[in-house]
Design a protein around this ligand. Structure first.
Ligand code: C5P
Ligand code: MG
Length: 194
């Protein structure tokens, strides 16, 4: 199995690169942000709760997010592993993810790929995406900036969790999408069990 944590601030290209990884390694993407948006669209109680945080650019409480993630993780799939996109967002989520992967997949996180992008480029990218994504949290600069602040307040420290396990690799996330993909593939091919 290959289980990849795609890490980085909002707008760093996690979702975009997940698409490349799915095709290359036959993985299933679990994007907690997408799962929240799916619930919001369907008007579920989980969606209503998540929306109250997402609309402010804040993080949804760990337990809510973890329970939703586990629901998706335990669904049968014939893929070679998982891409965790936008999760973990806190060190508590990172610790839980290790446990969940051990318990439910009898496996472990293979690698954490961190996409590095300058803050001002992030803001520009997200404002641009907001023109077509229909995402309310992409169309307001103050919400975008709060998402980036939340990242530094609560999420950036997740890197330490994977550094301690020697599973952390940083990739420059600025450039052409296929070039960035190649760098990610090289990092994964170096560590993946054949
Ligand atoms: O990952 P994505 O950018 O799609 O997430 C959108 C929003 O969903 C975040 O800004 C946050 O409000 C919420 N979220 C969260 N916890 C996660 C993933 C997303 O609270 N693990
Ligand atoms: Mg995303």
């Amino acid at each position: 199995m290959i289980n990849i944590v795609l890490f980085g601030p909002p707008g760093s290209g996690k979702g975009t690169q997940a698409q490349n990884l799915i095709l290359r390694y036959n993985l299933k993407q679990i994007s907690t942000g997408d799962l929240f948006r799916h619930n919001i669209k369907n008007g579920t109680p989980l969606g209503q709760l998540a929306k109250s945080y997402i609309d402010k650019g804040e993080l949804v409480p760990d337990k809510v997010t973890v329970d939703m993630l586990v629901d998706d993780l335990v669904k049968p799939t014939d893929t070679n592993g998982f891409i965790f996109d936008g999760f973990p967002r806190t060190t508590a989520q990172a610790a839980v993810l290790d446990e969940i992967v051990r318990e439910h997949l009898i496996s472990e996180i293979t690698i954490c790929i961190a996409l590095v992008v300058d803050d001002e480029i992030l803001v520009q990218r997200l404002l641009e995406r907001g023109k077509t994504s229909g995402r309310t949290d992409d169309s307001d600069e103050s919400i975008i900036r709060n998402r980036i602040s939340e990242y530094y307040r609560k999420t950036a420290e997740v890197a330490e969790h994977y550094k301690q396990q020697y599973k952390y690799v940083e990739i420059d996330g600025v450039g052409e999408i296929p070039e960035i993909a190649e760098k990610i593939f090289a990092a994964i091919d170096k560590v993946k069990v054949k």
